[in-house]
Design a binder for this molecule. Structure first.
Ligand code: M6R
Length: 366
């Protein structure tokens, strides 16, 4: 069942070219320039008239929601908020008719997310589910939705569900943007082409496995890690830090790179590995100066960059090169080395990466 892999987590990381492909299949047709999301077709008008969109999720799914916030605001010009389901539920939020809630959940059974959408539904909001498990409670409670087709995820650490969520949320953003007329035909087609090419690039990225394993060996004894990124890569930094915490029990924090100088920079010394998610995008120059700030304080920099980067390799201690992609979908690639890094550090430290201590696959208590 692990198909020759040592752990489900590694198997699931390596399944990503296929699972992303499966999530796009039958929906995206780059050749004809069409995008069909059967599950939201009837609600496309409501979605495009939404005054705002609220994304509700927990953990890794919440990180996917953060990427979607950037995507949807950019593509659809509608305000998007991303909420921790537990906080959203218990603070008596202002929500009602005209609001669209997107609930993102691999299992579709996460109690916090489920109760959050139950109450929003009662108040008149339209609920869209982005779930992986077909027929799950959240999927059933939603008015409409689009499944991620990542297949069963066994490893407690979510990996392939995350990249499938990013692919599906991007398609939802594109569909709404098309409906609203907030995207040019050229940009729409470009993003379809980019999505169409992403599985192949994920396969290329997975070839970095041995290199990432060496980096894992070099840093496995660190006590803390910092993960930094900006823009679309900021949630990737959060996700990288969460993966490391869960699997290797090393304390790790993710931050938007620029926030570092508002506090966390005090932690930096020669013992602190700082992982930068620094692919070529509109934030690139700014990230380069953040790297300089870390190096000036003797931090160890591990950078995930775009293939062919001329600047960062001269500054960083370790560099991981991923294929170029449009910044909207670059997180699908940049997260992969971080999944592998957490995996290898966990394995090198002798931990049960498929069943980390204190964690359950789905959290069905509030
Ligand atoms: O099934 P869900 O996507 O609703 O689960 C949400 C979180 O519990 C989940 O992502 C958790 O954070 C994972 N262990 C992360 O790897």
């Amino acid at each position: 069942e692990k198909s020759g892999y040592d752990h489900f987590m590694l198997k699931e990381i390596f399944e990503q070219p296929q699972t992303i492909f499966d999530s796009l299949r039958g929906r995206l047709d780059a050749k004809s320039g069409t995008l069909t999301l059967g599950g939201i077709r009837e609600h496309a008008a409501i979605l495009s008239q939404a005054k705002r969109i609220i994304i509700v999720a927990c953990g890794t799914s919440w990180h996917a929601g953060l990427v979607a916030e950037y995507m949807i605001e950019e593509l659809c010009r509608v305000p998007v908020e991303v909420e921790y389901a537990s906080e959203f539920r218990y603070r008596n939020p202002v929500v009602g008719e005209g609001d669209v809630i997107i609930a993102v959940s691999q299992s579709g059974e996460t109690a916090d997310t489920l109760v959050a959408i139950e109450s929003a539904k009662q108040k008149g909001a339209i609920i869209l589910g982005v779930c992986n498990v077909v027929g799950s409670s959240i999927a059933r409670l939603s008015h409409a939705g689009a499944y991620t087709h990542a297949g069963p995820e066994i490893g407690v650490a979510s990996t392939k569900a995350f990249t499938a969520q990013l692919a599906v949320l991007c398609m939802i953003g594109l569909k709404v943007a098309q409906e609203k007329g907030t995207i040019t035909q050229q940009r729409f087609q470009h993003l379809l082409d980019e999505l169409d090419a992403i599985s192949e690039k994920v396969a290329t990225t997975l070839k970095l496995n041995d290199q990432v394993k060496q980096i894992a060996d070099k840093y496995k004894d660190a006590r803390d890690f910092l993960y930094l990124g900006r823009g679309y890569n900021f949630p990737v930094a959060l996700e990288g830090a969460l993966k490391l915490k869960e699997i290797s029990y090393i304390h790790a924090e993710g931050y938007p790179a620029a926030e570092m100088k508002h506090g966390p920079i005090a932690l930096v010394d020669e013992n602190l590995p700082v992982v930068f998610v620094a692919t070529r995008d509109s934030y690139y120059e700014k990230v380069v100066s953040n790297i300089q700030e870390i190096k000036a304080r003797k931090g160890k920099v591990i950078a995930v960059v775009t293939e062919g980067d001329q600047t960062i390799p001269g500054m960083a201690d370790d560099v991981i090169e991923v294929p170029a992609a449009d910044e909207l979908i670059a997180p699908i690639l940049s997260v992969i080395p971080l999944q592998l890094l957490a995996y290898h550090i966990g394995v090198l430290k002798g931990f049960d990466v498929d069943k980390p201590r204190n964690l359950a696959k789905s959290v069905t208590v509030e």
